[in-house]
Every structure is written in C-alpha cells, then in structure tokens.
Design a protein around this ligand. Structure first.
Ligand SMILES: NC(=O)c1ccc[n+]([C@@H]2O[C@H](COP(=O)([O-])OP(=O)(O)OC[C@H]3O[C@@H](n4cnc5c(N)ncnc54)[C@H](O)[C@@H]3O)[C@@H](O)[C@H]2O)c1
Length: 335
C-alpha cells in the first residue's frame, strides 16, 4: 500500500509510518512541522513539508502520484493540535487547525485522492462517561474544545460516507504511551513540546529535569487519584493497519467504522508513579494538589469491538512494560 500520512512527523504518526515501512508499504509523510520533528522520521519514509489546510498542494500530490502510475491507496490523518487544556484558552485555533483544515483535506481526497481514510479521533469525544468501560455507542458530549474539534470531523466523515461513499475509520484513542521497539531497538517515542502527558512528565522527575510530580486528588477512586487507560503506541499502530485492511472490504457496513482503542484496564495516577519508581529506581517525589475541574475520575475504554471485529491483539497489557519502553526512549531523548 502507498499511504499519505498527515502529521507523520509526530509521535503516533511517526510510529505508524515506521510500521508501514517495516511491513513493506510506502509511507509519504505530510507535516507542517509545527509540532513534529523531521529528525525523528523513521528511515525509508518520504517527507513532504506542508499544511493540511492547503487543498491545492495536497491535490497536486495526489494528481502527481496518479500521473506516475503510483496512486495512493489510503490516507491516515494524524495532523492536529492535541492539547486539551490549550483548547480551552484558544478554541478557535483548534477548530481551524483540526476541523476546518480537515475539510480542505477531505475536499482534496474527494477530488483526486484515494477513497480510504483512517482518522485519529480521541476518547475526548465522550466527555464525562455515564458508564465505564466506555463503548463506541456511548453518549458523545465533549467537555473541551479539542474533543469537539475531533467530533465535528467524525460528523463530516459520516456525511462524506453517505453522500460520496468515502470509506473511513475513526479510531478513538485513549492515553497513548510508550515507545516502539523496532529492529534497531528504541529510537523514537513521545516528544511533545510542550509536554502535558503523565508518563513523560513523571519520567522527567526520574531524569532530574523536574523536582516532583503533581498529583491531583481526591477523586472517588480506590486511591483517590484519576484512573486512565494507557495504550502502547505500537499496539495502537497495529490497529491502524488493521483498520486500513478492514476498509478494503467492499461491503456497505465496512465503509464507516468507529473503534475505541485502549488497554481496557485502568491505572490510577498513583499506580503510574509507582510503576515509574519500579522501572527507574528513582523515588519520584509527588506533591498532592486539589482536584482539577473538568477531569473525569475514571476514563477506561472497552476495546472489545476492535478485538472482535478487527482481530486486534494488544501486546503491551502490563503498565510496567509500557513505562519501561518510555523510559528507554526518555533517557535517549535527553542524553
Ligand atoms: N497522544 C495521545 O495520547 C493521543 C490521544 C488521543 C488522540 N490523539 C490524536 O493522535 C494524533 C497524533 O497525536 P500525537 O500525540 O502524535 O501528536 P504530535 O503533536 O506528536 O503529532 C501531530 C503532528 O501533526 C502535525 N500538524 C499539526 N497540525 C498540522 C497541520 N495543520 N498541517 C500539517 N501538519 C500538522 C504536527 O507538526 C505534528 O507533527 C492527533 O490527531 C491527536 O489528536 C493523540
């Protein structure tokens, strides 16, 4: 397969591009490098610097590929702004970059692109869950503008499917973590700037880059800290290839797919810190802080649908394993 990967210079897009290449496919990464890093692109991946909002540029890329007799077989759309907290300060940037830009991409796809798209959605489309674990048919009520910017794209994909037959899969990721173990070991991983995700922040303490980690409490959970679902980035990457294959099935029912992707197990913030203490051997001091408004106590996915319908088999089910791979990468990143 030849796949157009928007946002492929980022954490997850880079991991998926690496997996595509390892499996003998061709990944063409399209990224504006606003948050990505060209030096972290896996070997063998073609890179084009560009904006998702630039419909003309993307159409030209699709047309040129066709003219060379090597058209694209699919698109995986990762490019987005990802910081939920920031989206509550500048929502307009999220609606422009994540929603309006995606409409330009969809127009380019409809004009000259492949009819298969995998979209990076998020658990944030659910907001505060009524039932845990969360299934795909749960109520969709985002509590931040980031989640809403992604939900609007999901709605657009539904209409493009009904009216234009665009086949798409929305993959709703929970908390993505860890680093991919490739043929040459661990060479890439999470490199967000600024970083807002728990595991790299905790590992920053172990590396001496930060004095302590803040724990927000107290929530109605066994140890008073929030419970989240951590999915290893390589397990997540596998699901993208399975989703692309599933979209090849010509049946009507396989033309608009939605899957949750999580570990199915929740781990509390306290458990993540304890895991990092075991993995790094560092005491990782923590400061207790008051509860943050708008943080749901428990967010855990039911990924049964992906396991049943895609044949997805997550390999990293133990938190220590996820943290171990993240720790190897974190030390390399700041060496
Ligand atoms: N990391 C997580 O835990 C998580 C959880 C749920 C969903 N997601 C989704 O997964 C996707 C990838 O996340 P990530 O963690 O790899 O983030 P990332 O910031 O590492 O990667 C995003 C990439 O998109 C690029 N980009 C952003 N806007 C662009 C634009 N307008 N045009 C071209 N390129 C653009 C950035 O330069 C960056 O390389 C995002 O869509 C995010 O919303 C991530």
């Amino acid at each position: 397969m030849k796949i157009f990967v928007t946002g492929g210079a980022g954490y997850i897009g880079g991991t998926v591009s690496g997996l595509l290449t390892e499996k003998g496919h061709q990944a063409v990464v399209y990224d504006n490098l606003s948050h990505g890093r060209r030096d972290l692109l896996p070997p063998g991946v073609e890179f084009i610097q560009g904006e998702v909002a630039d419909r003309t540029a993307i159409e030209e890329i699709f047309k040129a590929a066709k003219a060379q007799g090597k058209p694209f077989d699919g698109v995986i759309h990762f490019a987005a702004l990802i910081e939920a907290g920031e989206s509550m300060i500048h929502p307009e940037e999220f609606f422009r970059n994540n929603t309006a830009s995606t409409l330009s991409l969809l127009e380019a796809i409809l004009a000259h692109g492949p009819r298969r798209l995998v979209f990076s959605s998020t658990a944030a489309v659910y907001g505060e869950p009524e039932v845990v674990p969360i299934k795909e048919d749960a109520r969709l009520l985002p509590t931040n503008a980031y989640g809403e910017s992604k939900l609007l794209v999901e709605h657009m994909l539904g209409w493009m499917n009904r009216i234009h037959g665009l086949r798409s899969a929305s993959l709703r990721y929970f908390n993505v973590a860890g680093a991919p173990e490739g043929p040459s070991g661990i060479t890439r991983g999470e490199a967000h700037n600024p970083e807002s995700h728990l595991i790299p922040l905790v590992l920053d303490v172990a590396l001496g880059r930060r004095k302590s980690i803040k724990i927000f409490g107290d929530y109605p959970t066994p140890d008073g800290t929030c419970i989240r679902d951590y999915i290893h980035v390589s397990d997540l990457a596998d699901a993208h290839l399975l989703a692309l294959n599933a979209l090849e099935d010509a049946s009507e029912s396989a033309s608009r797919l939605i899957f949750n992707l999580g570990n199915g197990k929740g781990f509390s913030v306290q458990e993540v810190i304890e895991s990092a203490r075991r993995v790094t051997g560092h005491p990782i001091p923590a400061d207790l802080c008051p509860r943050r408004p708008g943080d749901p106590a428990v967010l855990v996915a039911s990924s049964e649908k992906a396991i049943r319908e895609l044949g997805w088999k997550p390999r990293y089910t133990q938190l220590d394993e996820i943290v171990r791979t993240a720790w190897v990468w974190h030390q390399k990143r700041y060496a």
